[in-house]
Design a protein around this ligand. Structure first.
Ligand code: SF4
Length: 236
């Protein structure tokens, strides 16, 4: 439990952040929905301050603007914000854009993206039915790993996307995503396969599709993880 001063400090930080993103109000959820996930495909009364999720994501994208919060803005062609259904029950979060994504401004459109799209289809869904985003929104030079300060600068965007979409399950693709969202440095080979929690939402860490392209023998492990995700989405 937070004490009064800690709550004030949390509120101050939240207001600073939202104001920086161009929001004129703090999006506050109806307390009656705070403990559970409202049915997707429907907006609950009082949720999202009267806006629908699509509008809120649009406002967030607009507020992101031509972000220059970190040095990755210098070499990017496009901010890769994320795409998919604002009502998605399942959210995939990767590391950051590569060359193809930077050119097209869309997440997971290169070879790794094609593998992810196949995986989603194998799970019985369409790509448009889930939401796909990354921890960082701009391509690092030569596809190097994002640095800690870059992750810290960009993390609020994906955190806000998660808050708006409020998925039933999140899949973290690769160690950068899992470490940033879950605040751990346990290797992905040990993290994967077990659910953890992000603000009450079950999170399944698994291998990044780019890793699976290099190590196809491990594809079955990711498929195993996705079976657990499907079970969880059914309420298991
Ligand atoms: S990586 Fe994120 S924080 Fe950095 S410039 Fe791009 S959008 Fe902004």
């Amino acid at each position: 439990m937070y004490n009064r001063n800690e709550i004030k400090e949390q509120l101050r930080k939240a207001m600073e952040f939202y104001s920086e993103l161009g929001f004129e109000y703090l999006p506050v959820r109806n307390i009656s929905t705070a403990g559970g996930h409202p049915p997707h495909g429907k907006e609950t009364a009082g949720g999202h301050a009267g806006k629908d999720r699509g509008e809120e994501l649009g406002s967030l994208r607009a507020a992101t603007g031509e972000c220059r919060r970190c040095r990755l803005s210098e070499g990017r062609r496009n901010i890769v914000f994320g795409e998919g259904s604002p009502e998605a029950g399942l959210m995939f979060i990767g590391e950051g854009p590569g060359r193809d994504e930077d050119i097209q401004g869309r997440p997971f459109v290169g070879d790794a993206g094609k593998l992810l799209t196949k995986l989603i289809a194998k799970m019985g869904m369409k790509r448009e039915e889930v939401y796909i985003a990354n921890i960082i929104k701009c391509r690092p030079p030569l596809n190097r790993n994002p640095r800690e300060d870059e992750i810290a600068a960009c993390l609020p965007f994906v955190e806000k996307q998660i808050e708006i979409i409020n998925p039933r399950v999140i899949v973290c693709l690769g160690k950068v995503s899992a470490h940033a969202l879950l605040g751990t440095d346990i290797p992905i080979s040990r993290l994967r396969g077990n659910f953890l929690q992000y603000r009450g939402i079950p999170v399944m860490p698994t291998f990044h599709p780019a890793y699976l392209l290099r190590n196809p023998k491990d594809k079955w492990l990711t498929w195993d993880d996705m079976q657990k995700v499907l079970e969880k989405m059914k309420g298991g």
